[in-house]
Design a protein around this ligand. Structure first.
Ligand code: ATP
Ligand code: MG
Length: 602
């Protein structure tokens, strides 16, 4: 883009060339030179202006010295070049109430001049494109002769500049020359100003779109997302009224899901409408935008009694190429929207599509989670009941088996003794599994109650060791720091933790070795318990998962050792309920150390 200075410089060169040409053509001494000098002053002042308002104001104040007129206004073309908008620059034009009115290029003298790329000098009565709503208005106020010149930059037409006089007597050739020079200047200056304003507006819009997109991306609740979007789009871009519609699953109806704006008594939330109706329906059906600056001219528009829409811009919202909704803005003014709005809303509707997709996915995941939690709860409850009922028959089997083992006859029959031992061991295993499962169901349903009391740590370790069946290949040793004696905790559950760790240490050291239990003094508040073995160890990649429910190492030697994958998960729950932490230090093949911390009794 050219800088304002470059453009200004070019303007000066243009002006000097034209000035010399006109000077040559018009007789000297006619006062024209004075006017040209004045024109030079005016154009120099225009160069120092920034905005369109400043430029038009300057013409309003200074053009009177160049041309003798009573009425002056510009008709500036819209982007689509279908209409022009009047900007009044004289009191008479103001009195005609013409300011900011829109006219079709098919209408009025500015339209004629634009279409024919020519000037018009003449009596208002004989104007070829006389319009009652434009020329008629100023005629009513006494204007009789007109001078209308084309405003263009290069080949681009940007509008027309109109002068009118009350008294009879037409404008002269000289007036036309001055008016043409002025309009050339004005056109270039207005074009520059609009480029600058456009660029500024665009940068501001990009910043706003970015901000809005970031906000949308972080919203996962669909309803909040839609409401916030409608509100922010309306406020940020100062639209008169914004609505968002979503299609139903059958794609037959659209539903109003969010609204923000100035229409009072607007359609209620949840309002449904057939997709065959209205501009929004058309967009939902065809997946294409509609920019309509005069809705009454558009047969697709569906009139509602409660609001007086004149312009409407509706863009589809799509997710993976499917139309899911429509973003719709309306205004009570004609020609309220232009291409820039289309770009802005197009970008926002893309962002909305992505955000809606995320929000819907999130909703689905939440629903699925809810179902899974429900299923999990049912499963836990079922297991709880089954295993609870397992325990008493199993206890009877174990008790009877243990009693039989002590029997003299059994003692004298090695095979019977061996089989009986298998029965007792396996019943014991089943019992352990039932205990674990019950603990799980209780932990999951939040029903696991802890009974805290002062516990002697050495007793606890001894009890746990006594519960584990140890083969002749294993040795168990423990060492306790003399500074620690008591902890505060649930004796039964902590014993179960140590028991689980010791039984793992034995189970995963199939070739035997020593299991070392060490209790260390960590700090005035904490102690640690570690259980080390010389067994198969745990491969690094499995270490992160071990404390999860049903997690087992199913490679190498570990694969052949039976287990449910519950022991460590229960240990973690119990240790954490005591305010401690549990972790593992191990390398495949080099044995394992399981360590946890506990609070000392104070
Ligand atoms: P159970 O629920 O009967 O205890 P499990 O022993 O398989 O079954 P966890 O005690 O939770 O389950 O242990 C999980 C996994 O961690 C085990 O399957 C095993 O692969 C690995 N593991 C645990 N302790 C050791 C250890 N001391 N040495 C090697 N691997 C171990
Ligand atoms: Mg285990």
């Amino acid at each position: 883009m050219k800088s304002k200075n470059e453009l200004t410089h070019r303007n000066h060169q243009n002006n000097d060339k034209i000035k010399t040409k006109v000077q040559g053509r018009i007789a000297e001494g006619s006062g024209i030179l004075q006017k040209l000098n004045k024109l030079h002053d005016v154009t120099a002042k225009i160069d120092n202006t920034r905005t369109r308002e400043e430029i038009l104001n300057l013409i309003r104040l200074e053009a009177k010295w160049l041309l003798n007129y009573d009425v002056c206004f510009t008709g500036i073309l819209n982007q689509a070049k279908t209409h022009y908008i009047v900007n009044t620059l004289s009191l008479i034009a103001d009195a005609g109430d013409l300011n900011h009115k829109h006219f079709s290029v098919e209408e009025g003298m500015p339209g004629w001049v634009i279409k024919n790329q020519a000037s018009f000098i003449g009596d208002i009565e004989t104007a070829p494109h006389f319009s009652f709503t434009l020329e008629g208005k100023i005629q009513e106020l006494g204007i009789q002769s007109l001078l209308v010149v084309h405003m263009k930059t290069g080949n681009e037409s940007i509008g027309a500049l109109v002068f009118g006089r009350i008294k009879q007597g037409l404008f002269s050739e000289e007036d036309t020359a001055i008016a043409q020079l002025l309009s050339l200047y004005l056109a270039t200056a207005l074009k520059d100003a609009s480029i600058f304003e456009d660029a500024r507006k665009r940068i501001a819009q990009i910043e706003l779109i970015n901000k809005l997109s970031n906000q949308l991306a972080s919203m996962l609740q669909l309803e909040t997302l839609l409401n916030t979007s409608a509100l922010t789009i309306q406020k940020t871009f100062n639209y008169f009224d914004v609505t968002i519609f979503l299609l139903n699953d059958e794609k037959t109806e659209i539903e109003l899901v969010a609204h923000s704006g100035n229409f009072i008594d607007f359609l209620p939330h949840g309002y449904r409408q057939s997709m065959d109706k209205g501009i929004v329906g058309w967009v939902a059906r065809n997946g294409e935008k509609i920019l309509c600056n005069d809705v009454l001219q558009d047969p697709r528009y569906h009139t509602y009694e409660y609001h007086n829409t004149r312009s409407e811009l509706a863009v589809p919202i799509t997710v993976e190429n499917q139309v899911v909704g429509v973003l719709n803005v309306e205004d009570t003014k004609l020609h309220a929207f232009d291409e820039t709005d289309t770009v802005v809303l197009g970008t926002l509707s893309d962002q909305l599509g992505i955000a809606i997709k995320n929000a819907k996915l999130y909703e689905e995941i939440q629903q699925a989670n809810l179902k899974l939690t429900e299923l999990d709860k049912m499963k836990s409850e079922f297991l709880g009941i089954v295993f609870h009922d397992f325990r008493s028959p199993l206890s009877s089997v174990m008790l009877a088996g243990k009693a039989l083992l002590k029997n003299e006859i059994v003692q004298s029959q090695p095979r019977v003794k061996e089989y009986l031992q298998i029965i007792v061991d396996q019943a014991n295993r089943l019992n352990q599994l039932a205990e674990d499962t019950l603990s799980i169901t209780k932990i999951e349903s939040g029903q696991l109650n802890y009974f805290f009391k002062i516990v002697n740590i050495e007793r606890l370790i001894q009890d746990a060791i006594a519960m584990v069946r140890i083969s002749s290949r294993h040795k168990i040793a423990y060492k306790i720091d003399p500074n620690v004696a008591f902890i505060k905790g649930d004796q039964t559950k902590l014993r179960q933790v140590v028991q689980n760790l010791v039984s793992n240490a034995v189970k995963y050291s199939p070739r035997g070795g020593t299991v070392n239990i060490i209790i260390e003094d960590l700090s005035p508040e904490m102690l640690s318990v570690s259980v080390s073995d010389e067994g198969i160890g745990i491969p690094k990649e499995h270490i992160g998962n071990l404390f999860r429910k049903f997690s087992r190492v199913n490679t190498g030697e570990a694969k052949d050792i039976k287990g449910a994958g519950l022991g460590l998960w229960i240990c973690k729950e119990v240790v954490e309920a005591h305010g401690g932490k549990i972790w593992v230090e191990s390398e495949g093949g080099k044995g394992t150390t399981m360590k946890f911390t506990l609070k000392k009794a104070q």
